[in-house]
Design a protein around this ligand. Structure first.
Ligand code: NCD
Ligand code: ZN
Length: 426
């Protein structure tokens, strides 16, 4: 996966996560000694801005091929670059589904052609994400695919999950599960099952529909020795299950989205379908458990679940509208607000959860690396003190389903560099 190399760059006066001040020099896509920077290098004065490794998103929906009206690889990765990301893993719920080696190759090729960051295809676990028959896991793995998911749907059949975990072991692949028991939370389920769902007359999505699937899956991971990742955790019980599994030494990892860390169930009281998402927004006790899990490392990564939808798919009664919300452009700001500014996570912890850990789980060796001479030059410069009111019209995404519209949040990203190439500059 080649990023274009560009002219050399010197970024003067940055602050690193550990507090040291330094100049950074970049040539041929890598960090080099400042003394070795070519004389004609472009100079950017960072003036004390914080330099972090480029962010990596393990959970992005790019919608191309199939729904280019909602997002393309070009627009989605521009949103990623604006959010400080230098790599995104593209979920396979596309048309056609990314369930063959050719389809995976095609998504990677779109990324090389149109990407403002690296685009890493995720392969489907089952053909057409139908849950009945394994997809071409080995052929996709031979193309370098390491993450497999039926996201949008749950791999609900225990035998299919067992086989996927077993089959992927020699490839070092991971099954990323969208945990939603289809009997406990069917296709219509759309609101955290609670007093609120009852009052609003919306079909309930109970917490146990998520945590019971994860409880089953972590035991299958232990039994098979396969690698398992739980996507978009939304409940306190799920955090407990992951904590238990890790204490037993099972090879499991977990993810939380920015929106599940910040937004609560009462947001749906206006029936604004921007706030319809899978799994649904939960209550403050669950949000607190997710923040705690992310702080203590039970939850390994923040994945955006950036899910763009066209207006005509959101402009429906709440129970019919498509679920999903944008995330790439505000993810860093939300995590700063909820985790860093509150003292729950330091900058090194944020870098781990948003860059190193997702790259490691996805086996993307050249991303999520430290800022050091010889390393690939993936970088985001942030101004931790800058805040702004989110305006959904000012977005690189083609869609407008931004749940933070009108909210004041940190707006930290000043510059993003992917493999030595400036992909965003405020
Ligand atoms: C996602 C989408 O729109 O593709 N929707 C969502 O509500 N999160 C699918 C998914 O991540 O489950
Ligand atoms: Zn999902």
């Amino acid at each position: 996966m080649n990023a274009p190399t560009t002219k050399a760059l010197v970024v003067g006066g940055v602050r690193l996560a550990d507090g040291t001040r330094t100049d950074l020099a970049i040539a041929d896509g890598r960090f080099v000694e400042v003394a070795d920077a070519p004389a004609d290098a472009e100079r950017i004065d960072a003036d004390g801005l914080l330099a972090l490794p480029g962010l990596v998103d393990l959970h992005t929906h790019l919608r191309e091929p199939g729904r280019e009206d909602a997002e393309t690889v070009g627009s989605g990765t521009r949103a990623a670059a604006r959010g400080g990301y230098t790599a995104v893993f593209a979920m396979p719920n596309l048309t056609p589904t990314t369930d063959t080696a050719e389809a995976a190759q095609y998504v990677a090729e779109l990324g090389r052609r149109d990407g403002s960051c690296e685009v890493v295809p995720i392969g489907a676990v089952t053909k057409g994400r139908q849950g009945a028959e394994l997809a071409e896991l080995g052929l996709m793995a031979a193309q370098g695919v390491r993450v497999f998911s039926d996201d949008g749907s749950c791999v609900h059949d225990s035998l299919i999950m067992r086989r996927a975990l077993t089959y992927l072991k020699p490839y070092d692949g991971v099954v990323a599960q969208h945990a939603q028991d289809p009997r406990l939370a069917g296709p219509g389920a759309c609101c955290h099952e609670s007093e609120i769902s009852g009052r609003l007359g919306l079909p309930g999505w109970p917490t146990v529909a998520e945590s019971t699937i994860i409880a089953r899956d972590v035991q299958l991971a232990e039994f098979t020795g396969g690698r398992y990742h739980a996507c978009h955790l939304s409940t306190a019980e799920s955090v407990d299950v992951i904590r238990w599994a890790k204490a037993r030494g099972i090879a499991v990892t977990a993810e939380v989205t920015p929106h599940h860390l910040l937004l609560d169930t009462p947001h749906v009281e206006t029936y604004d379908t921007t706030f319809k998402v899978n799994p649904p927004l939960r209550t403050s006790e669950h949000i607190e458990a997710l923040r705690e899990g992310l702080a203590d490392g039970t939850i390994d990564v923040v994945g955006t679940d950036h899910a763009p939808h066209a207006v005509q798919d959101k402009d429906h009664p709440f129970d019919i509208a498509l679920p999903g919300m944008l995330g790439l452009e505000q993810a860093l700001g939300v995590v700063m607000e909820v985790m860093v500014d509150s003292g729950r996570l330091d900058w090194a912890g944020l870098v781990d959860r948003m860059s190193s850990a997702p790259a490691r789980i996805g086996r993307l060796a050249h991303q999520g690396r430290p800022i050091a001479v010889g390393e690939p030059a993936h970088l985001v410069l942030v101004d931790p003190s800058r805040r702004a009111t989110v305006d959904r019209q000012r977005s690189a995404s083609r869609s407008r389903n931004n749940p933070y519209h009108g909210r004041e949040l940190p707006d930290p990203v000043e510059l993003t560099v992917w493999a030595g190439r400036v992909t965003y500059h405020r």
